[in-house]
Design a protein around this ligand. Sequence first.
Ligand SMILES: *[C@@H]1O[C@H](CO)[C@@H](O)[C@H](O)[C@H]1NC(C)=O
Ligand SMILES: *[C@@H]1O[C@H](CO)[C@@H](O)[C@H](O)[C@H]1NC(C)=O
Ligand SMILES: *[C@@H]1O[C@H](CO)[C@@H](O)[C@H](O)[C@H]1NC(C)=O
Ligand SMILES: *[C@@H]1O[C@H](CO)[C@@H](O)[C@H](O)[C@H]1NC(C)=O
Ligand SMILES: *[C@@H]1O[C@H](CO)[C@@H](O)[C@H](O)[C@H]1NC(C)=O
Ligand SMILES: *[C@@H]1O[C@H](CO)[C@@H](O)[C@H](O)[C@H]1NC(C)=O
Ligand SMILES: *[C@@H]1O[C@H](CO)[C@@H](O)[C@H](O)[C@H]1NC(C)=O
Length: 922
Amino acid sequence: MSSISFFLIICASALFHSFHFSIAGSNETDRLSLLDFKAKITGDPLGVMRSWNDTVHFCEWHGITCHRGGRVKKLELYSSKFTGFLSPSIGNLSFLKVLFLYNNTLGGTIPPEIGRLNRLRYLLLGKNAIEGHIPPNISACSRLTELNIGSDRLVGKIPSEFSYLVHLQLLRLEKNYLTGTIPLSFENLSSLSKIYLYYNYLSGSIPKSLGKLNKLTLLSLGGNMLSGIAPSPIFNLTLLEAFDVGVNNLEGNLPSDLGIKLPNLQWFSIFNNNFTGSIPTSIINSSGLSVLQFSSNNLTGQVPSLHRLANLLRLTLANNSLGNKLSGVIPRGIGKLHNLGRLMLHANQLLGKIPFSIGNLTMMTVLTLQNNNLVGQIPSGLGNCNSLLSLNLASNRLSGKIPTQVFEITTSVHLDLSMNKFNGSLPEEVGQLKNLGWLGVSGNMLSGEIPSTLSSCVELTNLYLNGNFLQGAIPGALSELKGLNVLDLSKNNLSGEVPTGGIFSNATGLSLNGIRGLCGGKPELKLPKCNKKNQKKSLGHKNRFILGIVFGLLGIISMVTIFVSLYIYWYKKKTKLPTPLGNFSENYPNLSYQTLLKATNGFSFDNLIGRGTFGAVYKGILHDLVETSIIAIKIFNLEQHGASKSFMAECGVLRTIRHRNLIKVITACSSVDYQGNDFKALVYEYMVRGSLEEWLHPVAIDVVEDTDTAPRLSLRQRLDIVVDVASALEYLHHNCGAPIIHCDLKPSNVLLDEELVAHVGDFGLAKFLSKSISNSNANQCSSLGVRGTVGYAPPASSNGDVYSFGILLLEMFTGKRPTNDIFSEVISLHHYVKEAVPERVIEILDHSLVEDIDSEKTDSSLMLEALISVLEIALSCSTEVPRERLDMSDVTAKLTSIRNKLLGTRLQQRRRIRADNVPATL
Ligand SMILES: *[C@@H]1O[C@H](CO)[C@@H](O)[C@H](O)[C@H]1NC(C)=O
Ligand SMILES: *[C@@H]1O[C@H](CO)[C@@H](O)[C@H](O)[C@H]1NC(C)=O
Ligand SMILES: *[C@@H]1O[C@H](CO)[C@@H](O)[C@H](O)[C@H]1NC(C)=O
Ligand SMILES: *[C@@H]1O[C@H](CO)[C@@H](O)[C@H](O)[C@H]1NC(C)=O
Ligand SMILES: *[C@@H]1O[C@H](CO)[C@@H](O)[C@H](O)[C@H]1NC(C)=O
Ligand SMILES: *[C@@H]1O[C@H](CO)[C@@H](O)[C@H](O)[C@H]1NC(C)=O
Ligand SMILES: *[C@@H]1O[C@H](CO)[C@@H](O)[C@H](O)[C@H]1NC(C)=O
């Protein structure tokens, strides 16, 4: 398709230039240009242009408004899901005042002929997929008041000729790929009130002359590569309400009278730059401020007391060299920040209660409030934060019972409530936290018994219950927690026999100090035997003496142990451990923690592109002097049991393999973060088109985005992708030295590049096999104690990849996830398809495929035939009996032949053209 539309653009503009239209034209000129406009709209799924026919006068066509003289004044067809491109003949609508095509999926370039529309006031082409350079002669539309070409795919420089647009009030160029500098001539845009340039690749400094635009209320330059000193005149624009220069390389100090000069400020953001000096105290005069972002600069001095800023919703200060700390209460309005991903306010002097509205932050993954002076109860609404991975409220003065809702956040991995004044018992509901690795409630006033449901927290590695008033026996079930490394029960009122097995069989991770009533257990624990006499009787003098010696010796031994461990720790640190990373690092730059932090904007929520069992994946931008590259970074959550092994597994696999359908790793980073914790990450090529999951099941990303406009994959594209994935698996299983099984194949692990070529990623569960893959006994996937994903993991462990691949095929052509609610043990996705193939196949196909087949009238029976064959392959891959499953070599051969039969050689041509960088029209 891309080649065709590219060709059409050339033809159309050639045709256009070979005719001569008179400048003002006539009403007939208008009619012809509208018809040409319509002809270039290749897709109109909502049927918006149905009324554009000869039985109706063009002034009555949907979206058209005419002047009294019968000439077109407005063309307003926004949010219409159009595909195609903008016809150059639009330049003949000489009386046009408004061209409003915002929020469609138009591709192609902006036709320079638009420059002929000298009556144009509003030009809104933003939120499309328009490419190429901005034609400088748009500046000939000298009466423009609004120019919106943001959120497109524009490249090149901002034309300096824009300075002729002296009536321009709104300029939106954000979210494109624009390079070069902000034109100096912008100082002439004397009517400008709002300017959006964020998320481009602009460089150079901010022109001082922008300070002359004294009508500016909004200046948004964030997420570029601007450098140099931020010129003081821009802090002198009295009407400014929003000022955003975050994520650049700017330097300089903030003027001390900032808040006095800019009394209307609501949004002030300079984060991730190189600003120095202090935060001006005058900022509190800008009393309407709701967002203040200072983090990741080089700011010093004290933070002014900000409690007068009653509307403050977001405040970031981290990563500076600021002295005194935050004080005051957490504003109630915090609950309005629905998209907030992390709220980290630890180690400050916060007072008062945790606001109830915290429960509205349902996207929050990290909440750290430890080391403050918070009082009152934990609001039960916190239970609504069901994305939380880490919750730390330690070292405050919180009290009351721990609400059971806290134990309903089943995503929790790290939960620390230590050193508060909580009372009541530890609720049984704690057993619901299946992902919990770390639980601390030490130093509270908890009473009652230790709930035996803790044994359901199968991922627990660290459990701190010490320093409470817990009583009763230690539940024997705790010995079932295989991964438990640390169990601290010291200083409680526990009694009875110490269990054996599990953590209790290994005295190193176990602490039972300061508990009088215990007996039994392993001899190393040196507890009295459990006969009833002994339990109550106090120890005699002699025994005490002996015990004293024993404990003394133990003390010396443990000191020596600690010393030796510290030494080993220090030694390891000094000598670093480059082991499994060596091979990447030789070929690629070693990226430091700092670089990755900067590249991902402080691992900001906005950059989060995915989350898996062992960590999160962020998008990052690396700048160096020569070029800017986009990368994907997987950060391993090392608190998650098995994550470290997974990192090693993935390093091991990715180091040894190369295939065009496997994700390419750029480098690995094994380092320590700013808190001194181990930090492990893998850096991959960024896959522009996201994962197959997002294509099969698009979700709204934010309030202005919607799912229906999301482009869908055609049958041909799907066939290309399945052949790609099959080739990758065939390579892993049969053609790369020691066979490798992926063990977690699913749509979210299949990533698509610019040309929609599929790359299999996420080798965190992968396994090398020593024997041939055809030996079905060897094919085990559960070495990390984690099986693949529910729905995709096979019922029996062998030939697992083939099974997962079969499920993936079924999902790709039915559009239904194996975990869809309509399926059950009895009627699985497999059965659902099996029942329908071949006669009723059309009923189970993904809707958009049915449309695809319908629209290709000539080929539709061939297409259906191909689909049936593919589904039959899918069914034999996903059968429950491993022996009956096909081998990946057979699967690849069959799928390739189905695809080639359907697409013939045309496909090969198309792919070559795509690779020549003519962007695909979807
Ligand atoms: C175009 O203008 C002419 C002259 O004013 C008029 O007679 C004719 O009806 C108009 N045609 C349309 C399609 O409006
Ligand atoms: C032309 O548009 C009118 C107005 O929407 C509509 O009623 C009519 O059916 C259309 N005619 C054709 C042939 O599509
Ligand atoms: C974009 O268009 C779609 C489809 O008509 C619509 O649902 C959505 O609300 C529009 N978004 C914006 C921001 O206008
Ligand atoms: C700020 O504006 C005032 C008057 O509007 C002017 O006198 C002053 O020089 C300006 N300061 C800067 C730094 O441009
Ligand atoms: C900040 O400035 C210092 C000194 O001028 C420079 O070395 C450093 O690279 C700058 N950092 C950033 C992130 O621009
Ligand atoms: C912060 O400033 C100091 C001195 O002004 C400089 O040495 C240091 O490199 C700066 N830090 C960063 C991160 O730019
Ligand atoms: C929190 O959400 C509830 C409804 O879900 C709403 O009534 C309330 O105003 C919200 N609070 C805040 C602070 O946004």
